[in-house]
Design a protein around this ligand. Structure first.
Ligand code: BES
Ligand code: ZN
Ligand code: ZN
Length: 489
């Protein structure tokens, strides 16, 4: 999908369709366009057929009265509720609507609407277009439908709009790359495959890459990662990418379970097939590192992930097995399905010790309990640093990738202490307990003093419903949030 700029006005643009937004309050203001349309738009309002309600759409044939063939009106709702997140959604909605209508090129002036700078608005509109146009298909089709080109109509502020389009494109391409990795089947998207994707990125953008394989993990004592991998037929990979844009060091660590069968605590659910998405945290790291290099984010960014599947092979870790993690703490593996926190434990302490970052963020499809708590509309956030949490919350509001903080009081940390060992990887209370919190409480034992935030994306990375910005399945959630956070870090 190409996104271009044109200095033509809305009534002059000649193409298949023109999309324009209408606020609820603006029903009587149509000016030039309505005059050209012989008052047809105003008539829609007076007949109650289109009222500018949020997400309402109405398409008219222009019958040659405008230079384009069709006019799509999109309701923007009340002006006071309109923000960049709504603008992005409106742009995505328009793109999906026109795609479904079989249209391949259209123009819009949507970026001229709403709060934020011109650049931010053009970026949001571009993201909306490219995210709304995304789909993942392995069908043998003749000719997939899709928007080939979209044009932003702008005559005054072309440079700012162009810059907004450029960052919007980079960001949306990264999100869509992340989505492709998460939607890809576990038989393809293996630990080796993810390490290969990281190596390709490193090559293309000159990032530093370190790949720690199984034998090095054995030497280093990364027994928590190795414990998860024991039931697998293939080796684990711990991948660390590095972008140096100057500035402070920030580390982002992703969970990369390429398939979570549960291990010997085998998952007993038809939804087990969706557990190919348990590497979404790692996929976010890959998307983020690409965006960091292309946008030249002003930080030294360490992007790390551990990739392995969690399988019940003959050598699998047994419930009750005891391991010593990389940082020396002992863990009783009471449930092999609580594997994400095990791989993250070693990854977090390794990254903290070897890179001394000023902040560590981990991102993981960690607990079903988080889906129960927040559904699919916010990620759980827990951590040790209020300032980092506030910055994350602000970035969430701006991007529409919202986070919701849960507490991490000492009482919760008590719940993951073991009888035999320093820790258990899941307390009994997890059956009917605060699982998202105890998951994070476990992880907190593997970050010594660095400001740390944990994002539980179990509910947001993979969704059962279509929204404006994505089809069912992978959302790429977190890429936009973290780019926004790091742009202002
Ligand atoms: N990958 C799952 C969490 C998950 C569940 C993500 C559903 C997305 C949708 C994780 O490894 C897991 O199995 N967690 C267990 C932990 C429990 C055994 C303490 C859970 O949440 O049930
Ligand atoms: Zn699990
Ligand atoms: Zn898992």
């Amino acid at each position: 999908m190409r996104i271009e700029i044109s200095s033509l006005g809305p009534t002059q643009w000649a193409g298949e369709a023109l999309a324009t937004g209408v606020f609820k309050e603006d029903s009587d203001r149509f000016g030039a366009m309505d005059i050209r349309m012989d008052g047809e738009i105003r008539k829609l309002f007076s007949r109650g057929m289109f009222e500018g309600d949020w997400k309402q759409t109405y398409m008219l044939d222009t019958h040659g009265k405008l230079d384009c063939e069709r006019l799509l009106l999109i309701g923007l709702g009340e002006r006071s509720k309109f923000d960049l997140a709504r603008l992005r959604k409106a742009s995505a909605l328009v793109t999906r609507f026109l795609k479904e209508a079989g249209i391949s090129n259209f123009a819009t002036d949507l970026h001229g609407t709403g709060p934020g700078s011109t650049e931010e608005r053009a970026q949001a509109v571009t993201e909306g277009m490219m995210l709304g146009n995304y789909r993942f298909t392995r069908k043998h089709e003749e000719k997939p439908k899709g928007i080939v080109s979209a044009v932003l109509l702008e005559r005054n502020d072309m440079n700012r709009v162009r810059r907004g389009i450029e960052s919007g494109e980079v960001i949306a391409e990264s999100v869509n790359r992340t989505r492709n990795l998460v939607n890809g089947p576990a038989g393809e998207v293996t630990a080796d495959f993810l390490a290969g994707e990281a190596a390709k990125l490193a090559n293309r953008y000159g990032l530093k890459i370190t790949v720690i394989g199984k034998s090095e993990m054995e030497l280093l004592g990364m027994n928590a990662i190795l414990a998860v991998n024991k039931g697998s037929a293939s080796d684990p990979k711990f991948v660390i990418l590095e972008w140096d844009g100057g500035g402070r060091t920030v580390a982002v660590v992703g969970k990369g379970i390429t398939f979570d069968s549960g291990g010997l605590n085998l998952k007993n659910t038809p939804n087990i097939k969706d557990m190919k998405s348990d590497m979404a945290g790692a996929a976010v790291v890959i998307g983020l590192m690409e965006a960091a290099a292309r946008l030249r984010l002003p930080v030294r960014l360490i992007g790390a992930f551990v990739a392995t599947d969690n399988m019940p092979g003959p050598n699998a870790t047994r419930p009750g097995d005891i391991i010593t993690a990389y940082n020396g703490k002992t863990i009783e593996v009471v449930n092999t399905d609580a594997e994400g926190r095990l791989i993250l434990a070693d990854a977090l302490s390794y990254v903290e010790k070897n890179y001394r970052p000023s902040a560590i963020i981990d991102i993981a499809t960690l607990t079903a309990a988080c889906v129960v708590a927040l559904g699919h509309h916010a990620a759980g956030m827990l951590g040790t640093d209020e300032k980092l949490a506030e910055m994350m919350t602000a970035a969430g509001r701006k991007t529409g990738e919202r986070v919701w903080q849960l507490p991490l009081w000492d009482e919760y940390r008590e719940m993951v202490k073991g009888d035999l060992t320093d820790m258990v990887n899941s307390g009994k209370e997890d059956v009917l307990g605060p699982g998202a919190i105890t998951g994070a409480a476990f992880l907190s034992n593997f970050v010594e003093g660095t400001p740390w935030a944990h994002l539980d994306i179990a509910g947001t990375a993979w969704v059962p419903m279509v929204t404006e910005l994505h089809p069912k399945g992978a959302t790429g959630w977190g890429v936009r949030l973290l780019i926004e956070l790091l742009r202002n870090y």
